[in-house]
Design a protein around this ligand. Sequence first.
Ligand SMILES: C[S@@+](CC[C@H](N)C(=O)[O-])C[C@H]1O[C@@H](n2cnc3c(N)ncnc32)[C@H](O)[C@@H]1O
Length: 190
Amino acid sequence: MRRLFLPELKNHLQQDGQLTSPLQILELACGTGRGSRFVRLTFPTAQVTATDISAPYLKVAQKKLEDLNKIDFLKCDATNLPFKDQSQDVVFCIFLFHELPMEERIKVLSEAHRVLKPGGYFAAVDSLQIGDRPEFDIFLENFPVDFHEPFYTNYIKNEMQTLFQKQNFKMKNEGTGFLSKYWIAQKPVI
Ligand SMILES: C[S@@+](CC[C@H](N)C(=O)[O-])C[C@H]1O[C@@H](n2cnc3c(N)ncnc32)[C@H](O)[C@@H]1O
């Protein structure tokens, strides 16, 4: 599920002619680095920075990814990024949004938009939302009954697509894979 967005993202970057120059790729909320590995392998020459708000998770990620080409690790809050405006070609996050209250989801998108270069891409993978695949709605509704997921019910009822549009992203791709979905959105070149 973590890899869902990678084929389409690579296609976009290839079509834009961006794979020839070193890409700046920023991961938000990398956790223990399970998505970072796939991105590093897909874009072997990119400058990848993996970030998370948790120092212990970052430490595990660093250890698990030490066999790969260099990745930079940085502890930071995805709602307040210590990166310059228009400094990144790609920003992505995997399974972050369902962990956040609505106002923080909006801040993450706003920060991603700020640090992306015009024409840059924001990609995300997260849980399905209600109505994406009606046969799975019952699983989504029961998930926070069994697990401590305080913002999940709000997340599944408020489609992310609307938030992307409000933050001035142009939606390029969306799709589902089992209990997950992905989005690829572009910061317009004005
Ligand atoms: C469900 S885990 C997903 C981790 C990883 N992306 C993966 O797919 O395995 C959610 C992650 O979000 C991080 N996180 C939560 N709030 C955050 C914030 N405001 N800024 C950065 N990271 C945050 C947590 O520390 C945790 O690593």
